[in-house]
Design a protein around this ligand. Structure first.
Ligand SMILES: [Ca+2]
Ligand SMILES: [Ca+2]
Length: 153
């Protein structure tokens, strides 16, 4: 019969400095383990935990830009896109949904990463601000170039 008293686990982690600096102590049944934090790895040469550069390793899976951080990383999106709830994917901002995000005087068409402004065939005035919008399209096909069509950029 096993004597529970002799089988009792000792929590080695209660011993001060049982693990080298920057390593966390994990108590295990009959032993213990010194481990680096999540997002770090043990560098044998430096004898310490160092940050994993998820961006350089290509493990970040960011849609656009990866920013390496201590023990972590973060994803950023190009202009005209916003970070999705999963904090990795980038989704297009619909500038036409919010009039403060587009500079169209008349019609607005959402495009991936930007928006386009257009005007009716009968209207020759089109406002366009090059900030995010890229192109100009006639909202109705023009049969031929309209004389005197002026585009203000
Ligand atoms: Ca990192
Ligand atoms: Ca857009």
């Amino acid at each position: 019969m096993i004597n529970d008293v002799f089988m009792a686990d000792i929590d080695e982690c209660l011993t001060p400095n049982i693990c080298p600096a920057s390593l966390s102590c994990i108590n295990k049944e009959g032993s213990h383990e010194c481990r680096c934090s999540k997002g770090e790895f043990y560098d044998v040469v430096k004898n310490q935990c160092v940050d994993v550069d998820e961006c350089a390793e290509g493990t970040s899976l960011c849609d656009h830009t990866c920013i390496n951080l201590p023990k972590s990383y973060r994803c950023e999106c190009d202009k005209g896109y916003k970070l999705a709830d999963d904090r990795h994917a980038c989704i297009d901002i619909d500038e036409c949904e919010d009039s403060t995000l587009n500079t169209c005087g008349q019609e607005c068409r959402n495009t991936p990463g930007g928006f386009e402004c257009g005007c009716g065939a009968g209207d020759q005035r089109v406002r366009r601000d090059g900030q995010v919008g890229r192109h100009l399209w006639p909202s109705r096909p023009l049969q031929e170039p309209v004389p005197g069509l002026r585009v203000r950029v």
